[in-house]
Each structure stands twice: as C-alpha cells, then as structure tokens.
Design a protein around this ligand. Structure first.
Ligand code: GLC
Length: 418
C-alpha cells in the first residue's frame, strides 16, 4: 500500500468517524415543568422521544407549586438571560406577556402552514398562543374548573349533584351533619392569594352574566362582585367550607379531597388522575360535573391550560422546537390524557376510544372547556390578578367585608384599567 493510499484511507476513516460523531453529537435539553402537573408522566413521554432521537437527552426541572410561584422563578431566569433552560411550560395567561418581553422564540418558521397548524387546536388555545401573527408557544394541555364530589356519599344520602351553589350548600350541610365525621369538609375551594383565586372570584361573577373587562376597559359590576365575595364567605360562615380556607391553594384542595376529607371540591382537571391513583383514599368514589351556577344564572368555568415555550436564551433552539412539536402533538396529548388525565388541546382526542375508556368523563368535559371563560387579556394582567386574589383572600380571612372588598377591588382595578 502506497503512502498516499494509506493516507487517503486514514483520512476517509477519520471523516467517517467524524461524521458519525457529528450525527451522534448529543443535545441536552432542560425542560421546566410545574410540579403539580405530573412530571412523572411527562418523563415517560420524554423517554419515548429519547428512544426515537438517541442524540437528545431531556432533563426535567420542576418548581413552584402554584402558577405565580413558577412565574416568579421563570421571571428571574429570563431576566438573567440564563441559557440553562431550553423549554418551559407556561400558564395560559402568560405566553403573550413572555412574547412581549422577548423571552420566547416564535414557531412560525418551523411549523409550515401556520393557519392550518394552529387550526388543529381548540380555538381558545390557538388564540392564546398567537400574538400579532406569531405563534409564541404551543399548547401542552387544556384545562378548566370542575366540581368533584364524593359519589359514594351522595348516593348513600340520596342526593343528586348540585346545579346551583345554594343546592350545594344544602347538600353539604345534610351530608356532613348525617356523617358526623369531624374531618369531613363540605366544600373545598381556593381561597389563598394565588392565581387560582382569581378564578374563584370570577366563577359566580361570570355566572351572573357579568364581564370584568370588555374591549380592554374595565366593566366592573359592583353588585355582582359583592355577591360573589359574599357567596364564598357565606360558605365559611355557615361551616360548609373550613375556617382557614384563606390558606388553601389548589393542591391543598386536591390532597384533602384525596385523603377522603372533602365532600365537594372545586378544582382543575389534573386532580382526577390523582384521585384515581393507587395512593388515593377515594379511588372509584369520585364524580365530576360542571360547576354549579348562581340561582337564575348560567354555569361558568374558568379557562386554564398550559403552553410550551422555547426560551430565547436557549443554545439549542432548533432541537427544543422539535421537542415541543412532539410534546404538543395529538399523540402526546392522547398519552397524557390516558396516563395523567390532562385535558386534550385537540377536539378529536376527547372522543378517542382509548381516552374515553381511561377517563370516561372527558366526553362531557369538552363542552365545559369550550365554553370556559378566559381571564381578562391585558398587558397589565399581573396587576389585575394581584388585586383580585389579594382582595378575595382578605375577605375570606375576615379582614374586609364583601362590600369593602368589592369597593377596594373596584378602586384598584380602575387605576390599572382605565
Ligand atoms: C390551573 C390552570 C391555570 C391556572 C391555575 C391557577 O393550573 O390550568 O390556567 O392559572 O390552575 O391556579
């Protein structure tokens, strides 16, 4: 073998090795997930992705048990232009704000026909993730609030699931009195000053047919606000809800119901999967229906949901966007519906036979999601949220009457939303 030929062979071999190692160059993606939204099940979805994409490794970071705690953490990361996070899950109220801050990368160039791509999702999510024609995040799962109840106890006492809040109070009193279990709460809901308490306030307010914001302007109905605050406070005063409900966040409601200590619970969709888990004291004893309305009003739910955004500071944006497209696909939606009872962002997944087998109530959940109302859309949403949640919390803690609360809320909201 001549020297030249040997050299050529060596070079060719080196090239093969080089291109092989280039093909195998590993990308590590770090994904932020809210801790109550089943990181254990998302992990399985990542494992399947890694199996098909051996050059990608996904690490999960979890944090913050509530939406605003997570937002606070992510705000710090983004403000520091930290490149360690590639993908982050965002509450449906935030993609527009993140896009405005320049914290996320649009998907327009990678999803082909943008209109057709986004049309596959439920309209509320296509809308929440599109800002000025830019697709700023892709839907992870849908969400709305429901009424969970103890099917076994309602059946035992011959009570139907309530359709109004008054019926709920009457049913709760009847059953808790008869059960004589000092640990059994009639109703659990979110009274802590968390993001979810904004929805707590809005549920009866919307049920009275009122809007908070229309055309970007405040359309506050003081009378309806007093009635909403009073409805929740009355539950506490009548012993239907526990005295320290002002300390109760979403996952507290979930845990207390799961331990068998709650008859009725207002909660989001993720709770169902947990109630059916091996460690639950209420497995197979849970019913779920749409929320009650005020007397003479319409039932109303609050639109929730979570979205996948790619960080503008990621060093792996292309791989991160590919991963998000997989996470936001009908296949992953189906997987998460079956294994974690997270509501689908695609209409057809609600009636998929495997999904209805695993979570039979999803068939009736779709109309609730489709008619759920969105929290006000305004660039100053953080302030609006803070005003509403601290006020309802103060009323429930007995620091202000419903009338005082509504007056304070109106004054503060007027300064933010003129
Ligand atoms: C749920 C909803 C989310 C909402 C949050 C409030 O996670 O999906 O949209 O803001 O609860 O606690």
């Amino acid at each position: 073998m001549t020297f030249n030929r040997t050299l050529k062979l060596l070079l060719a071999g080196a090239a093969v090795t080089l291109s092989a190692s280039a093909a195998m160059a590993q990308t590590n993606l770090r994904v932020f997930i809210s801790s109550q939204h089943r990181p254990d099940v998302w992990r399985k979805a990542f494992d399947m992705y890694e199996a098909k994409n051996p050059n990608v490794k996904v690490t999960i970071e979890t944090g913050g048990n509530t939406s605003e705690a997570q937002a606070q953490y992510l705000n710090t990361v983004m403000t520091a232009k930290d490149s360690s996070l590639d993908v982050m899950i965002l509450d449906v109220i935030r993609p527009a704000q993140y896009a405005a801050a320049g914290w996320t990368v649009p998907f327009n160039d990678v999803i082909g026909d943008v209109g057709a791509y986004m049309k596959r999702y439920l309209p509320a999510y296509a809308e929440a993730n599109t800002v000025d024609g830019k697709v700023v995040a892709l839907p992870a799962f849908a969400d709305a609030m429901f009424l969970y109840y103890r099917k076994d106890l309602l059946e035992k006492h011959g009570v139907q699931p309530p359709q109004t809040w008054d019926e709920l109070a009457a049913a709760a009193k009847k059953i808790t009195e008869a059960e004589k279990d000092p640990n059994l709460q009639g109703l659990s809901f979110q009274g802590k000053a968390i993001e979810g308490a904004v929805c707590t306030f809005l549920l009866p307010y919307w049920s009275m047919g009122k809007q908070l914001v229309s055309d970007g302007k405040l359309s506050f109905d003081k009378d309806a606000a007093v009635k909403s605050l009073k409805l929740w406070k009355d539950f506490v005063d009548q012993g239907v809800a526990k005295k320290n409900i002002a300390e109760v966040a979403t996952d507290d409601t979930r845990k207390e119901f799961q331990a068998g200590n709650v008859l009725f619970a207002v909660n989001w969709s993720y709770a169902w999967g947990q109630f059916q888990g091996a460690e639950s004291a209420v497995k197979d004893k849970v019913g779920v229906v749409k929320l009650p309305s005020v007397k003479g009003g319409q039932p109303a739910s609050c639109l929730g949901g979570w979205e996948w955004g790619v960080s503008a500071y990621s060093n792996n944006k292309t791989e991160a966007q590919k991963l998000v497209q997989y996470l936001s696909s009908p296949e992953t939606s189906e997987f998460m519906a079956i294994n974690a009872a997270l509501l689908p962002q695609f209409p057809e997944v609600y009636t998929d036979p495997d999904v209805t087998k695993a979570v039979p109530w999803f068939a009736s959940a779709r109309p609730v999601v489709e008619t759920a109302k969105a929290r006000p859309v305004t660039p100053r949403y953080n302030e609006v949220s803070e005003i509403i949640r601290t006020t309802i919390n103060g009323v429930l803690a007995g620091q202000a009457t419903p009338e005082e609360g509504a007056t304070q809320m109106e004054g503060r909201l007027r300064r933010v939303l003129r």
